[in-house]
Design a protein around this ligand. Sequence first.
Ligand code: GAL
Ligand code: CA
Length: 340
Amino acid sequence: MRKRIFAVALVLILGMFCMSCGTKAPQRNTGKIKIGVTIYDQYDTFLTQLMECFVKEVGTEAELVVFNASQSQQTQNSQVKKMIEDGCDVICVNLVDRTDPTTVIDAAKKADVPIIFFNRELVEGDIGRWNRLFYVGADAAQSGTMEGELAADLCCRDTGVDKNGDGKIQYVVLEGEAGHQDAIVRCEYSVDALVRAGVEVDRLGSAIANWNRAQAQTKTTQFIESNNGIELVMSNNDDMALGAIDAYEASGIDRDNWPVFFGIDGTDVGLAAVRDGLLSGTVYNDKEGQAGAMSRLALTLARGGSIEDIADEYDVTEGKYIRLPYAKVTLENVEEYLGR
Ligand code: GAL
Ligand code: CA
């Protein structure tokens, strides 16, 4: 229900912006700054919340046009071309296919409009193709490591996690999207951190659920049907962890026999689940920080400045990247994050 409200809210925001931009003649660098944004899928919970922060950050400093690419790179390519034609001074791109930014880059370069890619990281070779291409995001490895450490802490502290008492933790992994940098890296680093902390593990399986709660519920139901000895669910994001919890809720299995669940993002629903003791921990994906960096960089570039102008506020690497740090969230500190 809540998810639907976010989606509806974003659709409304998108509608408002599209209406406001449709009535103005294309113009560049004259009058108000114009920022274009395209996101890969407006139904993604984390991105919806990141965009809410971005809208707030930009405030009245610029005119915003926000498009939903609906998971189609072709649609996104056309949106970028349209934003360039409409006189956007800078464009923020949440790539649908992170391996296929060529059309976007070529169009931007030709029109000399800088691009800030965000959240879905393009490969190094591509970002190096022009000096006005940037990336704002976070360090995927850090999120995976933190998630693994949170799980390890609990396993070491609470012997009850090892339900069958065999000295090993039977676990499954819920993976985000195939080929997404965060999914690939989080899967690897979370389990590595768990093992490094001395926890003996026994992998029962893994499944791709595309960051999606409903898909994760389906995949977890299949896990439960084929093997109900799962003690830990390690999920690449909160929505999928919540989908796994939905599956246990629907299964009728007594709560005492549920595994423990870990996620990443600290979305509103994720934090609420930590507060309610359903999710044992999450890793905060700093949407406020990322939205702030995108907004600062976009406005700076639009005013003719460079990324170096904000290097005292943000950690800028290779003159192109700004990565905001993640943070661990458990019942002990969840209140701090709920209030953001
Ligand atoms: C990740 C986030 C996921 C999903 C994905 C989309 O950083 O943890 O929940 O939003 O980005 O690219
Ligand atoms: Ca066990």
